[in-house]
Design a protein. Sequence first.
Length: 486
Amino acid sequence: MTPTRVLFVTSECAPFIKTGGLGDVAGALPRALARLGIEVAVLLPAYRSIRARIDAVDVLAEFAATRHFPGARLLEARRQGPVRHWFIDCAPLYDREGGPYGDETGRDWDDNPLRFGLLGRIAADLACAATPLAWRPDVVHCNDWQAALAAAYLRFALEPLARTLVTIHNLAFQGIFDASVVARLGLPPESFSGGALEYYGRLSFLKAGLHYADAISTVSPTYATEIQHEPLGMGMQGLLSARRAQLHGILNGIDLDLWNPATDPHLAAHYDAATLEAKLINKRALQARLGLTPSDHLPLAGMVARLTHQKGIDLLLDIAHELLDLPCQVALLGQGEKDYVDRLLALSRGRAGQLAVRIDHDEALAHLIEGGADFFLMPSRFEPCGMNQMYSQRYGTPPVVRATGGLADSVTDCTGATLAGGTATGFVFGEASGEALLEAVARATRSFRDAKLWRTLQRNGMARDFSWDSGAREYARLYVRLARRP
């Protein structure tokens, strides 16, 4: 039997390029699918930073310039595993300094509609009868707004060969542009006037994908329910509710090789559930690196997050002094909105030794925080899936989370009943308020003082299976159902 073939379309993919969770998913999920016998080719732009780190590539195809897009080449990195990696080489759109979405200052590229329109256009071309390749996908899996337009292009193609799946990693990012872009992208006017692409008078890449895709998924079961209603539907709740029969909530997994306290090269000492005493060495190393007062007994909270309203940074700031007075230490790593950055830095200067703030993207420090902190903070207002709460449980660092999205699906609150049942793995609060966050952190600090209870909590979390195996099986079943539909 011919294996199912999937073209996995994304704007980022670890280890080539990563700005957040999407890059992790695009790196790990295709490998898990390949282990199940799915043939996967990952398609993404050949940004300058990617070209600089790939030594050997083959040219698979060339696409002539059109009146809508410049010419491009399809490159394939020499394979070092079961997953193909294909890159769209188009110097006018991708060969520039900066990140995948904007320049060094964080300003979005003005031509992002064309940059990611080309990604969708070529994905659709590779899934049509006129594809220049012998390898032909059964399913085009489009990830977030940057890839979602592939579903629209494929719907208007003459001889489409594949079905489409659009995955929402975060509905807050919708790819919204001026309506004039529709003509520049080569889409028919009726795609906009009929409402498929139109979003309050503008064009939305994501809405186009959600309208035209054969199936939709998002990254946790709870988030799939939340986005069908206000406020988390963010203007698309009507469309998502109408398509609920095609909407699937599949919890993300994590890369167990990359996030493994027994082998993690970024830790000062390796450990597992049987050697948790070695975790203390990482706590001391983290305190020393960040200038926190050395203390084995003072609970240390870690946080790695974008410094935005979504992540509940304001909730933390609202009760920061009370939290530190519990007493507690905090190690925080992230980048984000200037107001939050300024307030956090000012607070850290006033509470030196107790609060350390690093405004940076530092992968090594992120791993050390997971391994060295006693518990982990995730007070998100909404969280489609979240991964740090999974990393934390794997590292014996119980998370303190708000009950939303994937956080609600992956963390079990510590209560008498859940402790007795062997399921407690963290501390969960409901209301999006500083007071609720403070109460949850206070519960965590009290529990930390009970060494036997804390060890139980740590080992419960470390026993959870957050591999991609379960999620990959769900995606594989979905691909097979889509491929068999006429």
